[in-house]
Structures are given as C-alpha cells and as structure tokens.
Design a protein around this ligand. Structure first.
Ligand code: SF4
Length: 906
C-alpha cells in the first residue's frame, strides 16, 4: 500500500469515528449511494465540487451529466465533494481531517483537477472554505505543480472576474464536450512532464471556452475599469463560450446516483431542452443558454424508461427554463403518461407559462398528485410586463388559474419582482391586485380555502442581459417598497414573502464585480462568511466591512452604467452580442416587446446562432410526430394544444387487486447505520421498484406502497434484526423475491429471510414490544456498574410529553435483562402499556454513567426485536410460521448458551 492509500484508509476510519456519530446529518458524508462509480485505476481524477451541502448539490442535474461523461472515459474518474455543514467543519478543523470525496474518501488535494460549479454568487465564500479545508492554497498564484488545477464553470461564471484570483481556469458554456477535452489535455501534458502554467496556457490557447485569468490583466484609469489585455498574443480575446449543437442521449446518465438521504429535488430530472428565447430582459439564463436545443421525444422516453428501471425513482420532473415551450409537449406527455402511470411515477413541471397551461397539462400533473402550482407573472401590470418583455398576459394567467382551480388546486404560488426599471407604485399595487383576483376567481367557483403564496424578489441587474446597465434600487428604497406591499395586503388568503434586499445587493456586487471583488470575498471569508446563501447564516455587516477595508463602495456596483462603459465581463462572449442587448434595453424604455424567435421563426440577430452548426433545434420542425396513442386514448383539446390521456390505466388502478403478504428480516450495518428511518422507508420503495417487484399501493389521492416497518432504529446503531412486512400484487416465492432484491441492496444491508404471512391487521410497529441491544464497551468496573443499575428500582428521567409538558419517567422499569459478555454487554428493553420506550442511548448513559458524547463513540447493535406475548418472546420472522423451537422466555434469553452472566430483574 502506497502512502496516499494509507492516508485514505486512515481518513476513512477518522470520518467514521470522529465525524459521523457527532453531526446532525451524517448521511451527507457517507456516499455509498446506488449507482456510485469508483475507478481505482483511473489515470486522471477530477473532484466535482458543489459549494453547498449535499442535499442541495445532489439536486443539481449538471453534475449528474458531467459525472456520467467523465466516468465513461476509460482513463478518467469523477468523484463528488460537497461543502461540509458547520458542525462537520468544526470537527474537521479540530481533528485536522481534510475535505474528502464521497466515493473513495480521497482528500481534495489528492485530485488532479478540482472543479467547482458556480450556480449562485452567494456560494463564493464556500468555495474558499472548501479549498482551505481541502489543503489547497486559496489563491491561484500560490499553487504549485503539486497542487490540483482548480477550475470552475456554471452560469455565474459568465462574469468570472470576482473569483479570478482563486480559479486557475474557467470552463465557459456547455461542459459536455469541453470538460473531457480539458481533462485529456491535462492528462497528456502531465504525463509528458508539463508544468501547471504550460498546461493552463495551452488550454487557454487551444480549447474554446477556457479562460485562464492569470494570462489577462485588467486596465483601470483613475479607478475606472477600461478593459482587459492579454499577456500572451496567442490567447483569444474575447473568450468565447463552448456550445454543444445538440443534446446527445449519451450525455445523460441512464444510471444516475440515487441519494440515500432525502435531498431537495429527490427525483429523476429529465432535461428536455436547453435554452430559452422568450427574451425576458432581466433573465441571465435566458440569454447565456441560447439557442434553444430541444431533445427528441424518443430520446426522452428511452431515458425515462431506463432511469426509472435503474433507480427506482417514483417522481420525475421535466427540466428546462420553460418546460411548456417544448414544441412536442403533447406527444411527449402522451407517451410519458403511459410510462409513468404503469410505473407509479409522479411527474412535475418546475417551470410553467400561463399561456401554454392547458387542461391536458393540468390533468397530467394532477394525476401525479402535485399539490402546489407555480406561475411567475414577474410584474404587477401589463405595462411593466411589456418593459421586461414578459410574454404572458393577465388573461392567460387568469385562464390558467381557472383551469388549476377546476382541477383541484388550492394553492397557487406566484413569483414577482420589485425594483424593476421604470417601476412605479401602481405596479406594486398590481402585484396584490393579481393575487386578490386569484382569490376572487376561487370564490366565484365556490372555493373558499384557496391559498395564494406571493413571493417578491428585488431586481438585481445581471451580466449579459439587456438590463445589465440598470441601477439596482437601494436597500432603503426596497425596504420601503416591501413595507408598502405588506401594509396594503389585507387579504388573509394571500401570504407575502419578500426577499431581504441586502441579499439582492450582495448578489449584485458579486455578480457585477471586477477583479477587486476577489479581495472582498477573501476578506469576508477570513471574517467568517460562509453559507451566505442561507438566510440565517448571511452576515451583511461583515460584507460591508470587507468592502470598506478594500476601499470599495456598494454604489460602485449597484449604480446605472453608461452606454459606452466597459463591463468587467465584456471580454467573455456568452453568445449574445452587447449591441443586441443595448438595442433591446432601448426597446424596454419604449415598452416595446420582441417576440420569441422560435415559433415565429423570426431572428432578432442576438448573435447566439451561427446558422451552420449552432442554431435553434426545434423538434416540431425537424421530427415527424410519432404519437403512440391508440383507441383507448382520449384527446383533451384546449386551444391549439392536444393532450392524449389514456383512460384505460385509470380503470386498472382503481380496481381492487388480490395481494400477497410477506415478512422480511434484514440487517442495517456499515455506513447504513447513519441513515434515518424515514430514509430507509424511501430506500425500500426504490429497492423494490428497481427489483421489478410489483408492490401493492394504498388507495386514495397519494397512493403509497403497502409497507409496514418494525420500530425505528436510532441513527448510529447497527442492527442484525430489522423487519418489513410488504404486499405484492403478484404471487412470488419468497426465494425469488429475495434473489431479485439482493441485486439491488446497498452495502450494509443483507436479507436474512423472507417468509409468507397472512394479511396483517396490525402494523409491525404495534406488534413488536421487546428489543435487545448489544453494547460493545468494556471497562474494569462494568460488572459493578451493571449491578448498581440493576439494584435500583427507580431511575427517574425527564421526558417531554406530546403536549410539550415535561414529565418524569422511571427508566429502570423498561430494562428487563442485562447480560455481561466478553466484549461488552447486552440488554433488553420492554415497551410499556402505552407503547412507550426510552431512548436507547439514554439507557446506556445511565447504565454506564457516561455523558452523551462518550456514549456516541460506543458501537451499539440491535440484536433482536420480539413480539412478547403470554410470557414468551417471539422473533417476528418465526412467529408467522409458528416455529416453536425458537420461542424465548423472558429472563431466559440466552440460557441455552450457558456461558453468559445474566443479570435479570424478572
Ligand atoms: S440568433 Fe436569432 S434565431 Fe438564434 S437565438 Fe438569437 S434571435 Fe433566436
């Protein structure tokens, strides 16, 4: 074993012993998920770093794509790294544990390339924190040939300057083709002994989309930014982003990683297209991802089928900037509908536009059980919507709301902005008027429980948009507008949520910043800024101190810019021409709209297409529709949209079907001990689906698989005795079920036995009332401590009741037996007549007279769960087959083993 491998092995132990037992969510740090890729023999390794916690990073589709593409290369490996939450960071710093990847627990500094995605400006301090925790010099200029090359991409990189001091190379635009080329170049050049500067210079020269800030120098005159000059003639200026002409099916993983713990978007994300040409003038994504590239329906259906089979996901979402603009949406929904109904998958649309919201879409989503519906009118009046080029009208919106209410929605979420260019108080009144009209429509339809959640975000001028020249309202102006809205909202059904204008101000500073902002980010981080995207963690005063220390004023970045001023991002060409943006801004002030260039096929010459390889890819214009609808389908027509809905499936699902009941005994060991009970429930749902077992579902609006679990196990404890009752709609032999399941179990889970059972009228949880635990702890005075515990008749502890009142309970009465063994001791806990049982760690604390922290270090295993009835304890797996030979008497559990010392209170 070489030194590096030894270090990694040591690190694995330290993570398990020093971090996982002591943090709020250990599941964030264990990896070990379904479909993880580990490549021990890779020649080049990249750490894909997301600068926020696991639950947020795992929801980002971009990394799933890059992880898939890199790991498909025989010579390369991609692993994932997320920002540790503050509790884990504290331990890591104290114990000197470096930041590590989830796949192999490899320290960040052991990678060849460390790649961050910049999805949001307020992640920047986390990037510095992760580099620091990973043992990598924070400033690019301080890194040497032994350090990894630090790269970054993602939408916020379209103005790379604020982070230019920390990043060696930015990869701008679509990463699907650029990242493999970059890794290949690093691999080949490193093999030939090239230095880091040589590699970076070659990448900057030869790969479109690579920007290496150190080879460019900004020019200031009297403190005013005048542009950038290149330090090597062979480098490009401007630097053009990379664009893929087509979203090929091979970019997308057919086996994406499935998290073991709940994440923000815990579902299969199907990217149906990239780019948006609606032309909203405030929207950065709508400009930098042009042109629109739609994927084919066949590709999307194939991917859906494969991913559902390979992951067991029961929810999916259609991902794009404007899903309802997908040109073959009716066909996609029709074909997808059959698939999702058959597989019990819930579909959702994250981005809907009112003008394309139809009864068909409402029906499609509603069948999936989605409870809330979201629209983004953005502005309160038609006038202001013309200014921002928001294409949908108020009539479209009210029509969509009527449909939504008819189809059962009782919650509508609305997104607006305030502080937009030319905004007046009349526009703010319009926000409330629209929300009130939704409530009125509902009441007219005799719906009195309608809720309208209105979210208002202050406008922040974004780079590469027609509004990049605009001024951001001051914090005081925005606070006054927020007060105005709150005071005028008199309707109880309308809930107003107004974003903190200080957050927006910071976004604007970091989003529009020049290279001087690098020092501000560094100063803020040194002062303790991190997780700025979390409202309870962002400290605005600290950022203001950092600005002041660096001699910079907020107004320098929030002010209006002149027509001929040079922006710090002008040397980056993200596809849309500055002259187009200026022209479009002028139109905004004339309240003139420009239509989407897609349906009308009108080009506004924005610059994104070269009309040779890079052009709009609209499937309805290039693919023949290939509807799979048959005679059982019904066409629901609204306006020009047609959605085919297969009615035969509804009947199937409403039918009562015969079910077959089984009980399983399984283990929860290894890293799985850090997964909560709720996560185990979700995990089993996926395991059964992946195994192709047809689980019976409950009836009702939100059908759930018919599972019944034994009582929850405390996080951190292993178990060799967990149980699950389940029902299938097919009559399979237990051995076949076991064989199918074992292929899909995560590490740490073993199936001990599966047996048939009668249909149960009571849940497993309510039947099991006796538990046995093994505590791996030894000390000279262990026997003495146990004797002392046993001799007490009353050990009182405080417990909060369901009404919140604290009551005293006698912990001693629950502990039935304690057995001393060579490597520790075992004890049994009995539920009382109300089904209550104390926390196991509390019992151990009292037996051993240790504090909580000490107890967390001890290995504890649940070794048995029993149904205690008429004086005998029965293993639930034996109970159903009436195997008398394994029935146990209370107080006599290990009598047959002879060697044990039993301390029994019974
Ligand atoms: S170049 Fe023309 S067709 Fe292409 S995205 Fe821009 S406006 Fe649309």
């Amino acid at each position: 074993m070489v030194n590096g491998d030894r270090l990694i092995e040591k690190l694995k132990m330290e993570i398990e012993e020093k971090i996982l037992p002591f943090v709020e969510k250990p599941g964030r740090y264990i990896g070990n998920e379904f479909n993880v890729v580990v490549k021990p023999n890779a020649k080049i390794r990249i750490a894909l770093c997301f600068p926020d916690v696991y639950e947020i990073g795992m929801s980002y589709i971009g990394f799933k794509i890059l992880y898939n593409i890199v790991n498909k290369l025989e010579w390369a490996s991609a692993e994932r790294v997320y920002a540790p939450w503050v509790d884990a960071e504290e331990i890591m710093r104290k114990e000197k544990i470096p930041l590590f990847s989830l796949e192999t627990k490899r320290p960040l500094k052991f990678f060849d390339v460390v790649g961050f995605t910049f999805q949001y400006e307020l992640h920047y301090t986390n990037v510095l924190n992760m580099l620091d925790l990973g043992g990598i010099p924070i400033f690019s200029s301080e890194r040497n040939d032994d350090d990894p090359i630090v790269i970054a991409g993602g939408p916020v990189s379209c103005n790379p300057e604020p982070m230019s001091a920390f990043i060696d190379a930015f990869l701008l635009g679509d990463g699907e083709t650029l990242l493999p080329k970059f890794l290949e170049l690093v691999y080949e050049m490193k093999k030939n002994g090239a230095s880091r500067d040589e590699i970076l210079l070659t990448a900057g020269r030869t790969l479109q989309g690579v920007y290496v800030p150190r080879f460019y120098e900004p020019v200031y005159e009297n403190g005013i930014y005048k542009g950038i000059k290149k330090l090597d003639d062979s480098l490009p200026l401007p630097i053009k982003r990379n664009v893929v002409p087509e979203l090929k099916p091979e970019y997308y993983p057919d086996k994406p990683i499935v998290p073991l713990i709940e994440v923000v978007h815990d579902r299969f994300q199907l990217e149906i297209m990239r780019g948006c040409t609606q032309g909203c003038r405030f929207c950065n994504a709508g400009m930098i991802y042009r042109p629109v590239r739609e994927r084919s329906v066949d590709d999307l259906i194939n991917e859906t089928r494969q991913v559902i089979e390979n992951t067991g996901y029961d929810e999916m979402s259609f991902v794009s900037l404007s899903t309802s603009d997908y040109s073959l949406l009716p066909e996609l929904m029709d074909r997808n509908y059959k698939l999702v109904k058959e597989k019990h998958v819930i579909p959702s649309f994250p981005s809907l536009r009112p003008q394309t919201y139809t009864e068909g879409i409402a029906k499609f989503i509603r069948e999936g059980g989605t409870s809330g519906l979201t629209f983004a009118p953005e502005a309160g009046t038609e006038r202001l919507r013309r200014v921002i080029n928001k294409q949908s009208s108020e009539e479209d919106f009210y029509r969509a709301v009527e449909i939504a209410i008819d189809y059962g929605w009782r919650l509508v979420k609305l997104y607006f902005m305030m502080g937009l260019p030319t905004e007046t108080y009349e526009d703010l009144d319009g926000i409330l008027r629209i929300a009130e009209n939704v409530v009125k429509i509902a009441r007219r339809k005799k719906v009195y429980n309608m809720e309208v959640h209105v979210s208002v975000s202050p406008f922040s001028p974004k780079a590469h948009t027609p509004f990049q020249w605009e001024r951001q309202n001051s914090i005081e102006e925005l606070l006054e507008k927020a007060r105005y809205l709150r005071e005028r909202n008199k309707c109880r059904s309308i809930k107003l949520d107004i974003r903190d204008p200080r957050v927006t101000t910071l976004e604007t500073i970091l989003g529009r910043g020049d290279r001087r902002i690098s020092n501000v980010i560094y100063s803020a981080w040194k002062k303790g800024a991190k997780f700025d995207a979390w409202t309870d963690k962002m400290n605005f005063d600290l950022w203001m101190e950092a600005m002041q220390e660096n001699g910079l004023k907020v107004e320098d970045y929030t002010r209006e810019f002149g027509k001929d001023e040079v922006f710090p991002w002008d040397h980056i060409f993200m596809g849309v021409l500055k002259k187009f943006l200026w022209r479009d801004r002028q139109k905004a002030y004339k309240e003139a709209m420009i239509p989407d260039c897609r349906p009308e096929d009108i080009c506004h010459a924005c610059g994104a297409c070269d009309f040779k390889t890079i052009k709009m890819l609209i499937r309805s214009q290039i693919d023949k529709t290939n509807s799979q609808s048959d005679t059982t389908s019904e066409v629901v027509k609204i306006g020009e949209d047609a959605i085919f809905v297969d009615r035969s499936n509804f009947k199937e699902n409403n039918r009562q079907v015969k079910t077959y009941s089984y009980r399983m005994k399984y283990t929860k060991e290894g890293y799985l001990r850090f997964i909560s009970h709720l996560d185990i429930v979700r995990l089993f749902n996926r395991i059964f689906r992946k195994s192709g077992l047809n689980v019976a579902y409950t009836q009702g609006f939100h059908p759930l698989p018919k599972f019944s679990f034994s009582p929850p196990l405390q996080i951190g404890f292993t178990s060799i005795s967990e149980y699950l009752d389940f029902e299938l709609v097919e009559n399979l032999e237990p051995e076949e079920i076991k064989n199918r399941l074992i292929q899909n179990l995560p590490d740490g889970m073993r199936i001990i036995e599966i047996v048939r059972i009668e249909k149960q009228s009571k849940s497993l949880d309510s039947q099991i009332n006796l538990f046995e635990y093994k505590v791996y702890f030894n000390s000279n005075d262990l026997a003495e401590k146990i004797t002392s515990f046993i001799s007490e008749s009353e050990i009182l502890i405080q417990k909060a009741g369901s009404n919140g009142k604290i009551k005293l309970i006698n912990l001693r009465k629950y502990v039935k037996d304690i057995f001393v063994e060579n490597d520790g001791f075992r004890f049994r806990l009995m539920r009382d007549e109300n089904g209550s049982v104390p926390r196991v760690d509390l019992v151990i604390e009292k037996i051993l007279d240790l504090d909580k922290k000490e107890v967390k270090k001890i290995k504890v295993e649940r070794t048995g769960q029993f149904i205690f009835r008429n004086g005998i304890a029965i293993d639930p797996i034996d109970e159903v087959e009436n195997k008398i030979g394994v029935f146990y008497e209370e107080g006599n559990l290990y009598q047959h083993e002879g060697q044990r010392n039993a301390y029994s209170s019974s």
